[in-house]
Design a protein around this ligand. Sequence first.
Ligand code: BGC
Length: 381
Amino acid sequence: MKGRSWFSSICVLLVSIMIALAAPDALSGAGAGTVSVKRTQYGKMPDGTVIDQYTLTNLKGMTAKVITYGAILTELRVPDRKGRPGDVVLGFNRLAQYLSDHPYFGSTIGRVANRIARGKFTLDGKEYTLAINNGPNHLHGGLKGFNRVVWKAESIVNDDGASVRFTYLSPDGEEGYPGNLLVEVVYTLSAQNELKIQYTATTDKATPVNLTNHSYFNLAGNGDILGHVLMLAADHYTPVDDTLIPTGEIKAVKDTPMDFTTPTPIGARIDQLTGDPGGYDHNYVLNSGGKSLALAARVLEPKSGRVMEMYTTEPGVQFYTGNFLDGTLRGKRGIVYKKHYGFCLEADHFPDAVHHPNFPSIILRPGQTYHQLTIYKFSAE
Ligand code: BGC
C-alpha cells in the first residue's frame, strides 16, 4: 500500500508538471489541487480585441466560466442529487450574441444597477443627466454599462479557491456619471461549491455606485422556473409605479403574494401579479439590513434536487422572474428562452436610491471604498 501511494504521488506530481508546462494559462491549487483556472480565447471584438474566457473548476463537480467582455458569467455547471452536472444559468454560445441585444444574461451591472427615474439626479447641488434606455427611465448603467465594456483580468489560486479578478476604470463622465471609478470584481469558485462575487470600487469624485450580477438561474437547466421553491429572508419590499420606479414606501410582504418568508413555489401566486408583463420584478428589503454577510435567499428545484443559497452583504435583492423573455432569444444547447425560463436574484441597493433619502445611500465619495460580497452556494437534496 505504502509503495503504491508513493508511486501515485510521483505520478500526480509528474502529471501536474506536464499540465503546467503544456498550459501556462492554467493554474491549480487550494491545498491538494482541488480547484483550477484555465484561460482560453473566447472571441474577438469587431476591432480585433481578444476576449478571453476563464474556466474555474473544482473537484466537487462545479464549473464556472466567465469572460472579459462585460465580466459575464457565461456558464455554471452544478451537480444534481445524482451528481450529474448541469448548466444552471441562461446565456449564449458565442461572443456575437453577447454583443447584440439581450437582457443582461450573466452580466456585471454598473455603474448603477436597476432604474434611475427619468435618468436625472442631483448630487452636491449639481444635476446629472443619464441615458434614457428603459421607457422614461435609466436602467443598468445606460447604453454602454459595465456589461458592455472589456475588462482586464488575471487569475489567482489560493486557499479560498480559484479566482478571476476583473478590473475596469470607468472614466469621469462615462454614461453621464461623475468621477473616475476604479472597479474590481472577483469571481471565486471554492472547493465547497460556492461561487463568490466580491466587488470593490473607489472614485475621485462623489458618484452613485450600485453593482450587481444579473445571472438568470434555472436549476433544472431548462423549462420554466415556476416550480422552483423560494425562500427570501425579507419581511418587506419596495412597491413600484407602472414604470417600475419605487414609490418610496417600504411595505410588509405579509398576507400578499410577495411573501416568500417561508419556502413557496415561485409560480404559486405569480398570476396575482397582473399587469404587463406580469410576474415578480421587485426589490426585497433584506432583514439583515445589509450590515453583514447574511442568508438572503434559498431556492430548491425539486426534480433535480439542486439547491442554491444566496448570501450577501447588500441590503436588497431584486427578484425578477424573466417576465420580458418572450421566446425570441435562442441560447446555449439551442434552448429558446420563453417567459419565466430563468429568475434573477440581484444583490444590490434599492432601485432609484438617488431619489429616496429613506433608502440606504449609494453615494461613494473620494477616500471611501465600495465593498460587496455575494455568494451563491450550491448543494443537492
Ligand atoms: C429589472 C427588469 C429588467 C431586467 C432586464 C431587471 O433587473 O428589474 O425590469 O427587465 O433587469 O433588463
